[in-house]
Write a protein that binds this ligand. Structure first.
Ligand SMILES: NC(=O)c1ccc[n+]([C@@H]2O[C@H](COP(=O)([O-])OP(=O)(O)OC[C@H]3O[C@@H](n4cnc5c(N)ncnc54)[C@H](O)[C@@H]3O)[C@@H](O)[C@H]2O)c1
Length: 330
């Protein structure tokens, strides 16, 4: 089993660091001794929440700024050893209703960061939070890094473009970039105000609040659910190794789980929750991909990463977190 090295004396810059995955990375980096700077524009309807950094607020620096602001980025990436890029327009449905916003944040934002690094910090390790969304509907499963990319929505296209910029800046300018194609993340600190993304967490909130759990169709679509701590570990592990430079990794548990089974697990762990079946809304059906599970063989082999948290254990911790802190998230 891998272990992360100390980050004592290192500066870590996390874009989108007030959000779900970014704040988990920030917590972990602080615990490893890093000097952490969070860069977040606090944009709605995304998952930024100061409750996410409650325990580390006094130990980090916070910059309220947008990744679309090139000059700000250029100023703040200077001197950083590790950059973890989690700022994004994360909603699949919003990417369809407002595609230009998605392009602006997900493409221009990512390119701004790379260009800022090229101009003022070309030695940092830069890790991109890419997405399973770049694949679209899988042709074969498990999905590995060689699987063709055919995004099912605008967000997937822009994440793919961003990923390609990351690889280009490695190939042409030698920047130390890595892209992690994250599967379905769940765990403490995700937003639970909307089910537009991170739906599993939203269901935990609904079950705890006594609200019905609407399942479209028969819930037999599958996903690869990966616990947020395991994701943060993978990103920091990549940042601590030369082996990830210029590489793309599928980042998931490697386990295929039916959505309905996760919902049933939530009901069991929460101790209540009514499952109500509904027909698929057309706009959701149009971008639904059916089955999804990744092969995590490459990241296991190259970085030594492996998921440490089972779905059962991770969901238990997630339910416990929201049971105690739901008020800070609704
Ligand atoms: N959660 C998942 O299941 C999942 C799956 C695959 C990929 N990802 C990727 O991981 C990254 C983080 O996602 P998350 O789940 O933590 O989302 P999140 O909504 O919790 O966090 C995103 C953060 O980015 C910030 N942000 C948005 N636009 C910004 C901008 N223009 N400038 C600066 N900050 C901005 C938001 O304020 C928010 O704090 C994203 O790139 C997302 O695409 C997430």
């Amino acid at each position: 089993m891998y272990s992360l090295s100390s980050l004592s004396g290192k500066s870590v810059f996390v874009t989108g660091g007030l959000g779900f995955i970014g704040s988990t990375v920030a917590h972990k980096a602080v615990s490893l001794g890093a000097k952490v700077t969070i860069y977040d524009a606090c944009l709605n309807p995304y998952g930024w929440n100061f409750a996410n950094i409650r325990e580390i607020r006094g130990k980090i620096s916070f910059v309220r700024a947008d990744v679309r602001d090139f000059n700000k980025l250029k100023q703040h990436v200077k001197g950083m050893d590790i950059i973890i890029d989690c700022a994004a327009q994360v909603s699949h449905t919003l990417s369809m209703s407002d595609p230009l916003l998605d392009m602006d944040i997900n493409c221009r934002g990512a390119l701004n960061l790379l260009e800022a690094c090229r101009q003022s910090n070309d030695s940092a390790k830069i890790i991109y939070a890419s997405s399973r969304g770049v694949i679209g509907t899988p042709k074969t499963t498990p999905v590995d890094e060689l699987h063709p990319e055919s995004p099912a929505d605008v967000q997937g296209i822009n994440k793919l473009a961003a990923e390609k910029y990351y690889m280009l800046y490695h190939g042409v300018y030698g920047l130390k970039t890595t892209a992690m194609r994250i599967a379905n993340a769940y765990g403490p600190r995700a937003q639970v105000k909307t089910g537009d993304y991170a739906i599993v967490n939203w269901f935990v909130k609904r079950a705890l609040s006594g609200e019905p759990l609407f399942v479209f169709g028969d819930g037999s679509q599958t996903r690869d659910y990966v616990y947020v701590d395991d994701i943060a570990d993978a990103m920091l592990l990549a940042a601590q190794s030369e082996k990830g430079c210029g590489e793309i990794f599928m980042l998931g548990s490697g386990k295929e789980t039916r959505f309905i089974d996760v919902v049933k697990l939530i009901v069991k762990l929460v101790g209540k929750g009514e499952i109500v079946r509904k027909p698929w809304p057309p706009e959701r059906k149009a971008i639904e991909i059916g089955r999804f599970v990744v092969s995590n063989a490459k990241i296991r082999k190259l970085l030594g990463w492996q998921p440490k948290t089972s779905l059962q254990e991770g969901m238990k911790q997630t339910v416990e977190f929201y049971r105690q802190r739901l008020k800070e998230y609704v």
